[in-house]
Design a protein around this ligand. Structure first.
Ligand code: PLP
Length: 379
């Protein structure tokens, strides 16, 4: 079998076999509904609450502050809708221009419906403009600022945002941050935070939303009392247990994994700088998560982003042109556009993302193949 160099770990990661082992009983013999009163149900309930406690502690949260969701998209939608529409806690909603679409599209939709909602600029490194943040309404507003950007890996200074807006509701999308940068929701000062399991070698379709205690949270999903009346629907016990184990290994191996990822992206940066002329690195050297390297090409007008991806794919390099959700759409990346890149350059960009499982050989091979693909396209 041909082995593929998988450099798309920001889109998703392979399931850790140890995580699968931990999930198996809950997919087979232990099939109970966590709301049932009998033995099967009680065992499932214990597993769910055990997972909630372990994940919450890993994030600096109280277990009661963590609700399970179907993943990052649902957590983001819920985080933005609940304070504005459901609980009437805020009058204005803001997010940065580089948020994932599961935040950005909600804010755009709110604006179209007449709500006071807007998008805040970032600088050319992709960092939120703190001057603009300082001008926002500090009371009765919700601001969403992602901790790590999924296209460039840029890390935001969330505590600085909190400092500028001590009374606003603050949400952070920490999907790309989990397992890559240290997270303590209390130290960050956030009220709401989004997490997802499948970016850290856990299963797809499971995530969590941190909701700080004391917030008058109203559910988006109704029809059952699960998750302390905050999210109706039978809990996915196997996925929750998988999430718990993925978090456990990401945390216990945090230093080894992150320094490995950092070493690999640095190696990739040096190789590309040496092998591919006229490249621009869109991932900042400072303030960057360890796993992502985003590049674009100075002569992007003559390069087609989709063609680069397809040629890489034909040579067994799996990469992405940005967020998985927009790949194939030929749209310029909204993240790179917000950072000031031109239309062509924002369309022909490439995101290479590693995990601790990526090898140095793969990095070398991928850089070599990339240099050949770009050379051939430039002819
Ligand atoms: C920053 C960010 N937020 C949210 C999501 C959505 O998460 P999920 O795939 O769990 O719905 C992603 C996934 O690509 C992401 O990278």
């Amino acid at each position: 079998m041909v082995s593929v160099m998988y450099l798309d770990n920001s889109a998703t990661t392979p399931l850790d076999p140890k995580v699968l082992d931990a999930m198996m009983p809950w997919l087979t013999s232990e099939f109970g509904n966590a709301s049932s009163v009998h033995l099967y149900g009680r065992k499932a309930r214990i597993a769910v609450e055990d997972a909630r406690t372990e994940i919450a502690h890993a994030l600096g949260a109280h277990p009661a502050e963590l609700m399970f969701t179907s993943g990052g998209t649902e957590s983001n939608n819920t985080a933005l809708h609940s304070p504005l529409h459901e609980s009437n806690l805020v009058d204005e909603v803001y997010c940065t221009a580089i948020e994932h679409h599961s935040v950005l599209d909600v804010v755009h939709a709110m604006k179209r419906k007449g709500a006071r909602a807007d998008v805040i600029d970032v600088d050319d490194h992709g960092r939120v403009a703190l001057d603009d943040v300082a001008r926002l309404d500090n009371k009765r507003s919700l601001i969403s600022v992602m901790l790590v950007n999924n296209e460039t890996g840029c890390v935001q200074d969330i505590t600085a945002v909190r400092h500028l807006l001590p009374n606003a509701y603050l949400h952070t999308d920490a999907v790309q941050a989990l397992g890559k940068v240290r997270i303590n929701v209390q130290e960050l000062g956030v009220d709401l935070a989004t997490f997802s399991a499948h970016k850290i070698h856990g299963p797809k379709g499971i995530g969590a939303l941190f909701v700080r205690r004391g917030i008058d949270f109203k559910p988006m999903m109704v029809g059952g009392g699960q998750e302390r009346n905050r999210r109706a629907g039978t809990e996915n016990v196997a996925a929750i247990v998988g999430f718990q184990h993925a978090v456990r290994y990401a945390m216990s191996e945090f230093d080894v994994r992150t320094s490995r990822m950092r070493q690999l992206t640095e190696q990739l940066r040096s190789l590309i700088a040496a092998m591919v002329p006229d490249v621009r690195f869109n991932t900042p050297v400072e303030f960057a998560a360890p796993h992502i390297l985003n590049i674009s090409f100075v002569d992007a007008e003559s390069l087609d982003g989709e063609a680069i991806l397809q040629l890489l794919d034909m040579r067994n390099v799996a990469a992405s042109n940005g967020s998985a959700c927009v790949s194939g759409s030929q749209q310029p990346s909204h993240v790179l556009s917000a950072m000031g890149l031109g239309r062509h350059e924002a369309r022909a960009a490439l995101r290479l993302s590693v995990s601790h499982l990526t090898t140095e050989e793969e990095i070398f091979q991928a850089a070599t193949i990339l240099s050949e693909v770009i050379r051939d396209l430039r002819v």
